[in-house]
Design a protein around this ligand. Structure first.
Ligand code: ADP
Ligand code: MG
Length: 260
């Protein structure tokens, strides 16, 4: 086990009344176990609590109850070495005043490296994510969205993490660029054996990359698909709806014909 998420609950206070505030229950006892080298997808509609779950796992948001247990492989690493993150909005994920070199170097600042070793590492990282090394001296506004997301991925990979949390990491990109970034993530996963928790509203994207999927609704896991070949045989009505909308479940012509 790499990460064990146990029975997480989280509510946010509504700002309706300071005296008698009401609460919105965002996570309702979520449990997920992620093993080494696997890619787990969390799929659900907007507002279902996916990002909040991600923030709890990253320690950016405190859970009301439950716990996140890190496995032996990462428990003793400093947080930035254990868990990396890639967010949807690459523009706000980088400091616009830093060069690409400085951005990718951010998680490596505390590493004791010679100037040459550091430069070689940065050049390798840039090549690994499919960017030309001349980009090292550029600023974020001089890159396209897809290129900048590659930079964010290079930065996430830089400390050689065991686990990367990706929250809607390809959702802001054009479809053709999405495919390229998904291929890159697939390659990194195979070559480096990194585990992913891939959060998305897009079932097509999730089913391409993930080994198994968890469908999320109202802060709860409503369906788990452990084998992607069983994607079409889900039983939960909400999951069926999602799959139908994405064109995964065809209208059962045969059944209609048989009945006629
Ligand atoms: P998703 O990522 O699935 O779209 P989120 O986890 O971002 O969902 O949000 C779930 C719900 O929690 C939303 O209704 C959102 O408004 C609310 N929420 C998220 N973060 C906060 C916060 N810091 N304070 C108050 N409400 C929040
Ligand atoms: Mg979100």
């Amino acid at each position: 086990m790499l990460i064990d998420v146990k029975q997480i609950t989280k509510a946010f206070k509504n700002d309706d009344s300071w005296l008698f505030p009401t609460y919105q229950q965002v996570l309702n006892g979520v449990s997920i176990t992620i093993h080494e080298g696997e890619c787990v997808g969390i799929v659900g509609e907007s507002g279902s609590g996916k990002s909040t779950l991600g923030k709890v796992i990253l320690g950016l948001e405190a859970a009301d109850s439950g716990e996140v247990v890190l496995g032996a492989a990462i428990a003793n690493l400093p947080t930035h070495r254990a868990i990396s993150v890639v967010f949807q909005d690459y523009n706000t994920s980088v400091n616009p005043r830093l060069t690409i070199r400085e951005i990718i170097n951010e998680p490596l600042i505390s590493e004791a490296l010679t100037h040459q070793a550091r430069e070689a590492l940065l050049v390798n990282l840039l090549e690994e994510v499919g960017l030309d090394t001349e980009m090292l001296d550029r600023y974020p506004h001089q890159l396209s969205g897809g290129q900048l997301q590659r930079v964010c991925i290079a930065r996430a990979v830089a400390p050689n993490p065991k686990f990367i949390l990706l929250d809607e990491a390809v959702s802001s990109l054009d479809v053709s660029v999405q495919v390229q970034i998904l291929d890159l993530l697939q390659k990194l996963k195979q070559e480096r054996g990194i585990s992913y928790l891939f959060i998305t509203h897009d079932i097509a994207v999730a089913s391409f990359l993930c080994d198994r999927l968890m469908f999320f609704k109202g802060g709860e896991i409503v369906e788990c698909v452990d084998d992607m070949r069983n994607l079409k045989t889900v039983s939960d009505p909400y999951t069926k709806e999602l799959l139908e909308a994405a064109g995964y479940l065809e209208i059962p012509f045969e059944t209609e014909l048989n009945q006629a």
